[in-house]
Design a protein around this ligand. Structure first.
Ligand SMILES: *[C@@H]1O[C@H](CO)[C@@H](O)[C@H](O)[C@H]1NC(C)=O
Ligand SMILES: *[C@@H]1O[C@H](CO)[C@@H](O)[C@H](O)[C@H]1NC(C)=O
Length: 641
């Protein structure tokens, strides 16, 4: 070969350069392929061998071009993602060298070849990392990341992707026996611009805790993320994980649409929809599967524990807990010892729940499809879980929280992305109200006047959902309220006795300052909001019911007007009873026969107790002073059924 080369040099000196160039190229290619091969051999010795070579198009990556009705599209102005092309740039750290500290995380050194240790060797949780705020140095980076994600990503990055949660299950759970032939499961995790550490910790947490024989697959569904690392390096990372598939949508689908897409691609008998920032407690899956296997129309949730957004500390949620909503259609987890029955099994017995949160839900795949999946008309985020919950109950299923299953959910400080439209939540609420609440929807519209005004100018297209409701033979909302959620107080909203409580003397409205919580507290006076947030009603029991739950009652503590939890006894105590004298506008406290009056700061009489020196609502001997004159002002008049 060298002789041939020599002759070539003699005969055509001019092409020498070209030949040398080619030779050099060949040598480099050889060296490179050797390197890659060595890397491959090397990785075969690892506990989780990659299932395919590092180069080439990942087989498990599906790019979904959604063909939904364009009318349903959001006004989100995002450039379409050319997923496949971008994913072939596997080892190009998209933001290397950037000076912007906020984006520095995009380089993610753990992903560079040879350094991606986290994909392969599960690191044991370092001791002391739980329940301890990590030493924080880079305050600026931190606060910009809090801004970006709604939680402290700097702290999250320092915590192992394989951390183990402290045991929080009731000791009786360890004695529970589960069937040996539980159904196979697809865990569907939708994400949109989730932070790298929290997303991967969710995935690893499922892989580390779900028994292999039941875990069919983990489906990661990318709802059109825009962050660089999710576009480029994620598919490479996922290709090293057994049983994890990545699906990308090229249109923004929102939570419901994204989960429905994942469900359509899932092969497991049971679907577990999981938010992209969760951590599973050991043994969380079996108790859920057991309940679904026993009754395929049962939809179940674990106890949702809380991960603190600042410290990533784990907080166990108190049992019993169930999901509820109020008349503004806002969701809450309600921890109520009264829910617990007195029997000895109550620590391990599932509790039926009027609604479930969206964090983690397990549902039989066929039942999910037959009951109508998620409502495709829901926009982006919010309310989809309340809609599914009411539908499941009304159309033949049931919901429950299973106490021996626990999954922790990262509570966000704020939503990591702003809605393209502030009224988006209202539009989703309108869909729920109009589809499911029959005439009871008027109660909602009075407490959310923005929704009322939107509804007056546009109607949701719920034709398909009403058809579904008919064809499934679903029951009405009255049945749901009386059978499933009898604890929800049903307001009477009588004309002239409900609305904002307007004070003539001050031109302001009675107000319950936010943040005092569901236990009650002092009433005050504030500018009339007009939003429905100050709505109250005087009912036929003579209670002044306050708040979107209607569970707080106007009460008197010393001379101060306060809110207290309403009594469940009938007739109610005279301490909680009021008469409204329409002619004078006086609101008279039954027990004391004193009148409700607005007192300004400093305008208190000498005799008043020391702790009530600030202004607010007080009980005073009745006069005809305008500060004792009140009207119930109805803000809106929603149309009937
Ligand atoms: C977790 O618990 C601690 C102490 O009990 C409390 O201060 C903190 O607010 C809790 N965090 C969350 C997110 O509930
Ligand atoms: C509502 O949606 C259905 C199908 O989903 C469609 O046939 C109908 O034309 C729509 N109605 C309006 C008023 O857009």
């Amino acid at each position: 070969m060298m002789r041939l080369w020599g002759r070539a040099i003699v005969r055509r000196r001019k092409v020498l350069c070209l030949w040398l160039l080619l030779l050099g190229f060949a040598l480099v290619t050889l060296a490179l392929s050797d390197l890659l091969n060595r890397d491959r051999v090397h990785s075969h010795q690892n506990p989780v061998p990659p299932r395919r070579p590092l180069q080439g198009i990942p087989n498990d990556l599906e790019v979904i071009v959604d063909s939904r009705d364009p009318a349903l599209e959001l006004g989100v102005d995002l450039a379409p993602l050319k997923s496949l092309q971008e994913d072939q740039l596997l080892f190009v750290p998209s933001m290397q060298g950037t000076k912007n500290p906020q984006q520095r995380k995009g380089t993610y050194k753990v992903l560079l070849p040879g350094a991606n240790k986290d994909t392969r060797t599960p690191a044991p949780p370092t001791h002391g990392e739980m329940g301890k705020a990590v030493q924080l140095e880079e305050r600026e980076v931190e606060s910009s990341l809090v801004q970006k994600y709604g939680f402290n990503e700097v702290v999250s990055e320092k915590i192992s992707l394989h951390r183990r949660l402290p045991e929080a299950r009731h000791p009786e759970c360890f004695g529970e026996q589960y069937s040996e032939s539980l159904p196979s499961t697809s865990v569907v995790i939708c994400f949109h611009d989730e932070a790298w550490s929290t997303l991967l910790r969710t995935v690893h947490s499922v892989l580390d805790t779900a028994p292999k024989q039941y875990l069919q697959e983990v489906l990661l569904v990318d709802d059109m993320s825009q962050h660089g690392h999710l576009k480029s390096v994620l598919s490479e990372y996922v290709s090293h994980l057994d049983g994890v598939r990545l699906i990308r949508s090229t249109k923004r689908l929102g939570v419901g649409g994204c989960r429905t897409l994942g469900a359509a691609r899932a092969a497991g008998e049971v679907l577990v929809f999981m938010d992209s920032h969760c951590e599973c407690q050991k043994g969380w899956l079996e108790p859920l599967l057991e309940r679904v296997a026993q009754d395929r129309t049962r939809v179940v949730s674990p106890i949702m524990d809380v991960i603190d957004w600042q410290t990533f500390q784990y907080n166990a949620t108190q049992w019993p807990v169930r999901g509820v909503f109020d008349w503004r259609l806002d969701f809450y987890w309600e921890s109520k010892p009264e829910l617990q029955e007195k029997d000895p099994d109550s620590a391990v017995r599932p509790v039926q729940s009027p609604v479930l949160g969206g964090g983690v839900v397990a549902i039989d795949r066929h039942f999910f499809q037959s009951v109508g999946a998620y409502d495709p008309g829901m926009l982006l985020w919010g309310e989809e879980q309340i809609e599914l919950s009411i539908r499941v109950w009304s159309c033949g299923g049931s919901l429950e929280v299973v106490p021996c299953s626990r999954v922790a959910h990262l509570d966000h400080h704020h939503l990591p992305y702003s809605f393209p439209d502030d009224e988006l939540i209202q539009r989703n609420k309108i869909r729920v109200a109009d589809t499911w609440m029959d005439a009871y929807r008027k109660i909602f519209y009075r407490r959310d006047t923005l929704a009322h005004f939107i509804r007056q100018s546009e109607s949701p297209n719920i034709t398909e959902r009403l058809r579904l409701k008919r064809s499934l033979g679903c029951r009405n909302f009255h049945w749901y309220l009386t059978t499933v959620y009898p604890q929800l107080y049903i307001p009477q909203d009588r004309p002239a006795l409900s609305g904002e409580l307007y004070n003539v003397g001050t031109g302001s409205c009675a107000d319950y300052p936010r943040g005092q919580g569901p236990k009650g507290g002092a009433m005050n006076i504030a500018p009339c909001s007009g939003t429905g947030s100050q709505h109250c009603e005087l009912n036929s029991e003579l209670e002044v019911r306050w708040g979107p739950m209607g569970a707080l009652c106007l009460d008197a503590k010393d001379e101060r007007a306060v809110l207290s939890p309403c009594s469940t006894h009938r007739p109610t105590s005279s301490r909680l009873q009021w008469t409204f004298i329409k002619l004078s506008g006086q609101l008279v406290h039954q027990q004391s026969q004193l009148c409700l009056e607005v007192l300004k700061e400093g305008g208190l009489p000498q005799s008043s107790p020391k702790e009530v020196k600030t202004g607010g609502l007080f009980l005073r001997p009745c006069t005809h002073h305008p500060r004792q004159q009140w009207h119930f002002e109805q803000l809106v008049a929603p149309k009937g059924a």
